[in-house]
Ligand binder design. Structure first.
Ligand code: MSP
Length: 528
């Protein structure tokens, strides 16, 4: 039987400058989900990429004295390096300057045009150049761009429009009939009230710059950002000319996006697809922002010289798994959260070095000391043993339920509750006392075996979040030849014949004050 498919996307990032921790947050979540679904046996398609057209890029390239293509090529190479450093397991990377994208977008446009949904008119509005967004008077906040708060300019030009207003009722109906289309619910309610205030037709072309995809039949116009960008989710699948992947993976299971672009994904994108007579994605999920000193971490702030967090510095110092763990454990999906080095370092110390790292190193050392390194058989069982076994084999279902709701923090909390229970089990069982009494050798063996099995289950459960740590644990547990398989998280006694191998500490213990100081010194500090 064919495997069930799962198609997940990140937004395509603007290669206007290097990415920061905020962008990595979204991609890390998508990666964890993709790895989780693969672990569960799905045939996963995980797409990311870059959104390379538009005035802002053209201006940046001009300022730098290179062509827009040269400009984006360099930044995109850096983005791909970053994803490699972060071990992001994407299956495809779409660039909107690729031929495969540009040709398909023109066909989407043509379909919408043939439907009578695209017409030529004159655009008058308020334009925010950094956001590449036109705003109506009523959308402005204090006369400024409602997204970024920067000044806007009055602009008027000949332009094509998409009859978005025609689709308002269909979209409201979509939310009513398929509330799961837009999660979390707070985002859905925001979008409903946005639509109920009245949808205006959308300006979909520009003729004041040319760094974009030419409008079919009227090449002095280039497509305006959203038609070009949103289409990536199907052009990357080869729609319409090589539709093999499209047929297999579309409609997407989920578009993961930041809260400020939920509107484009849950109103414009479904309307475009309705116009082109194509199926709609199953779900759009809007996440919150990482904040620094109460404000969104952003490239424009970095450009002004304020703090912005470079993930590479953190990865070099603490490792990718520690950073990924922190991002997924600390923040609640859908809500904004403050980033501080101090909170990050504490999590790394308490959860990773102490709770997980110590559990593994204590267990491996004890199995070596008391059992010559061989994971023993468990021939006794009391109430405490029973409790930890039952808890361990029940965690996978809990993790799975949280993951399906994108509650990464709750999924990790469940895994860490098991780790905490295992640490407590050691204190309760006092193996060092059992070891002194030859008559209690069987009990001691049971404790060792149960701890090893719990750690094996943990090594499966953490694969989506920290696959390298999982592998390192499995080497120490004597499981290096066997792959972590999801269904094994439901089984308890699986380690007959395993021999443990002492390795390095999974995570070093950090001197938090010293680290905070050093981060300041290298320009990566942040105020709380
Ligand atoms: N190019 C568009 C997306 C087109 S998708 C068809 C775009 N690009 S972006 O580079 O500006 O932002 C990409 C994503 O990064 C957005 O989902 C945005 O929410 C996310 N983030 C940027 N800064 C962020 C934080 N500080 N915190 C969390 N996510 C943030 O928009």
């Amino acid at each position: 039987m064919d495997k069930q498919t799962y198609y997940i996307t990140t937004p395509i990032y603007y290669p206007s400058s290097n990415l920061h921790i905020g962008h990595t947050y979204c991609t890390v979540m998508a990666d964890a989900m993709a790895r989780f679904k693969r672990l569960q046996g799905y045939d996963v398609m995980f797409l990311t990429g870059t959104d390379e057209h538009g005035q802002k890029i053209q201006t940046k390239a001009d300022e730098t004295g290179v062509t827009p293509q040269e400009y984006v090529d360099e930044i995109v190479a850096g983005i791909k390096d970053l994803w490699a450093t972060m071990e992001i397991s994407y299956d495809d990377f779409i660039r909107t300057t690729e031929d495969r994208h540009m040709k398909s977008v023109q066909q989407i446009w043509q379909r919408m045009y043939d439907k009578g949904d695209i017409y030529k008119g004159a655009y008058e509005g308020w334009y925010c150049t950094p956001c590449e967004s036109f705003w109506t008077e009523s959308q402005l906040e204090d006369g400024k761009c409602p997204d970024c708060g920067r000044p806007v300019e009055k602009a008027s030009e000949e332009a094509y429009f998409f009859k978005l207003s025609n689709y308002a009722n269909d979209i409201l109906k979509l939310y009513d009939e398929h509330p799961e289309f837009l999660e979390p619910e707070t985002r859905r309610n925001e979008m409903k009230s946005f639509i109920e205030q009245g949808l205006e037709d959308l300006c979909v072309s520009r003729c004041t710059f040319d760094w974009g995809i030419p409008v079919p039949g009227d090449p002095k116009h280039v497509m305006y950002v959203w038609v070009d960008a949103l289409s990536n989710y199907i052009t990357a699948l080869g729609w319409p000319d090589s539709p093999e992947k499209y047929d297999k993976y579309w409609p997407a299971d989920v578009h993961l996006v930041g809260k400020e672009i939920v509107r484009f994904h849950s109103i414009i994108w479904p309307a475009m697809l309705m116009s082109a007579d194509l199926p709609l994605p199953k779900q759009v999920r809007g996440h919150g922002w990482l904040l620094l000193g109460g404000e969104k971490v952003s490239k424009s702030k970095a450009a002004k010289g304020a703090d912005v967090i470079d993930p590479v510095i953190l990865i070099e110092r603490y490792g990718i798994d520690a950073l990924k763990y922190f991002l997924l454990r600390e923040y609640t999906f859908g809500q904004d959260g403050s980033f501080t080095n101090e909170v990050m370092l504490k999590r790394m110390n308490f959860d990773l070095a102490n709770d997980l790292g110590n559990l593994l190193s204590r267990t491996v050392s004890m199995i070596q000391k008391y059992c010559g390194g061989a994971v023993p058989a468990a021939e006794t069982k009391d109430a405490l043993d029973e409790e930890i076994i039952n808890m361990a084999i029940a965690v996978a279902d809990k993790v799975s339920a949280h993951m399906d709701e994108f509650k990464f923090n709750n999924a990790l909390e469940e895994i860490w509750a098991l780790i905490a229970r295992a640490n407590k089990y050691i204190d309760e069982k006092e193996p060092w006392v059992l070891a002194k009494d030859e008559a209690r050798k069987a009990e001691l063996d049971t404790v060792m075996r149960n701890l090893a099995e719990v750690l094996r289950i943990v090594s499966v459960l953490i694969v989506p979040f920290m696959h390298t740590t999982s592998e390192r644990m499995r080497v120490q547990l004597g499981l290096s030849g066997s792959e972590a398989v999801w269904k094994d998280a439901y089984e308890f006694y699986m380690m007959d014949g395993c021999t443990v191998e002492k390795g390095d500490m999974l995570f070093p213990r950090l001197d938090i004050d010293k680290e905070l100081e050093e981060l300041w010194t290298i320009g990566a500090g942040n105020a709380v």
